[in-house]
Design a protein around this ligand. Structure first.
Ligand code: SAH
Ligand code: SF4
Length: 387
């Protein structure tokens, strides 16, 4: 039996001669930043100035923080950082609306982050959404997921999570996006925690990052504009329901019954679908939020009309509270293929006939392998080939 809760330990191997690590200011809440600044012997108002430079001015370094005394800037340079992980590669998709970063963490591990730009629709204004990673690798081993096939490396710190968003916030500020309707987007409007890793496996750091990204002294991104996607960790879902910060919840369901789900998602053994749906019901009741169910369509596996009917029956009790997002699989190294357009259309019709609202997620940045974990795998292969 897969026991993922036992793998949550991160090791902190700091050699005795290592100089003291600089404080990662991107990992601090405003209260913590105030305490830290006062610990340097500075008046409290400096924290507000500092946060203003980091998150409102989006300064790339301390040298740019002109209103801070030179001695303090020099002290910050020695004791703190706002750099975030090093950018190893940045790719822009041909669609011009998807950009992907491959980041190298301080310990050499690599993660990825994607920026997706969406024009305005009848449902809302134009958006700039960052897809954030929460772990290097992932412990849950879903068979269609490149990250899952890499295995689990470690949790990301709150600062490593926040830095991914700050990077694109700086980019958009420097080069705003002209949306087709004439709107100028110069800031991040939405976050989805759908990059590498399982956010609820790294619960505390993910929650802290959400708080930092939400705080008025930070990027001030509204909780309603944040979505946490989970493989279905029941205790984490229930815990999230009790948080004061109530974000949107997305569940990776991907099959209409346990037997089928188990074939692609080993986590099903630990948390069967019924338990996950029960947690969703509680989440929706507690937060008044709709829950999104993600359903990756795998040709010949879970894409038949009878699967759609079974899914509609399964979700019938939650019908008023949920929406299904159908995602044709992005073919990774695994041997899965997306269904044909016709198969997808029939699947949608069946679901709709069963009373379940649904949409098909548009393909994004296929040419830069923008799906979860794919760039990393491609780069890793290039490395392996070069060695
Ligand atoms: N671990 C979390 C969040 C990261 S994965 C989760 O599983 O929900 C984000 C989404 O990408 C999930 O719905 C996941 O199932 C989906 N995904 C993974 N591999 C994919 C692939 N090859 N094609 C399309 N979607 C994929
Ligand atoms: Fe992990 Fe999510 Fe990929 Fe599954 S789909 S292996 S939970 S990142």
């Amino acid at each position: 039996m897969l026991d993922i809760t036992d793998t949550t330990e991160t090791t902190n191997e700091i050699a005795s001669e290592t100089p003291p690590a600089r404080t990662d200011l991107l990992g601090l809440t405003f209260t913590e930043m105030s305490e830290w600044v006062q610990g340097l012997g500075q008046p409290a108002f400096r924290a507000r100035q500092l946060a203003g430079w980091i998150y409102q001015s989006l300064a790339p370094d301390f040298a740019a923080m002109r209103t801070l005394p030179a001695a303090l800037r020099e002290q910050l340079q020695r004791t703190a950082t706002i750099e975030g992980p090093r950018v190893q590669a940045e790719l822009a998709a041909k669609d011009g609306r998807t950009r992907k970063l491959l980041l190298e963490l301080a310990d050499g591990r690599r993660i990825e982050t994607v920026l997706m730009l969406y024009p305005a629709t009848s449902e809302g204004r134009a958006r700039a959404t960052v897809c954030v990673s929460t772990q290097a690798g992932c412990a849950y081993g879903c068979t269609f997921c490149a990250t899952g096939q890499m295995g689990f490396d470690r949790h990301l710190s709150p600062g490593e999570i926040v830095a991914q968003v700050v990077y694109f916030a700086r980019e958009l500020r420097a080069r705003p996006w002209q949306a087709p309707d004439g709107q100028t987007i110069d800031h991040i409007t939405n976050l989805v925690f759908m990059g590498m890793g399982e956010p609820l496996h790294n619960y505390d750091n993910t929650l802290k990052a959400l708080r930092i990204l939400n705080m008025p002294e930070g990027l001030n991104i509204g909780a309603r504009h944040m979505t946490v996607s989970t493989v279905g960790l029941v205790p984490g879902i229930l815990r999230l329901a009790e948080e004061p910060l109530q974000v949107n919840l997305a569940i990776s369901l991907h099959a209409p019954n346990d037997a089928m789900r188990l074939r692609t998602m080993p986590v099903t053994r630990k948390y069967p679908i019924a338990a996950v749906l029960d947690a969703c019901r509680q989440y929706a009741a507690r937060t008044n939020r709709q829950v999104t169910f993600e359903y990756v369509l795998l040709a010949g596996v879970n894409d038949q009309p009878e699967h759609a009917r079974e899914l509609a029956t399964l979700l019938a009790p939650l019908r008023q509270l949920c929406h299904v997002n159908l995602i044709p699989v992005n073919a990774t190294s695994a041997s899965y293929r997306p269904p044909s357009g016709e198969t997808i259309r029939i699947f949608r019709d069946e679901l709709r006939a069963g009373g379940v609202s649904n949409s098909v997620r548009a393909e994004r940045g296929d040419d830069i392998a923008a799906a979860c974990g794919q760039l990393h795998t491609r780069e890793a292969r290039k490395h392996a080939a070069a060695e």
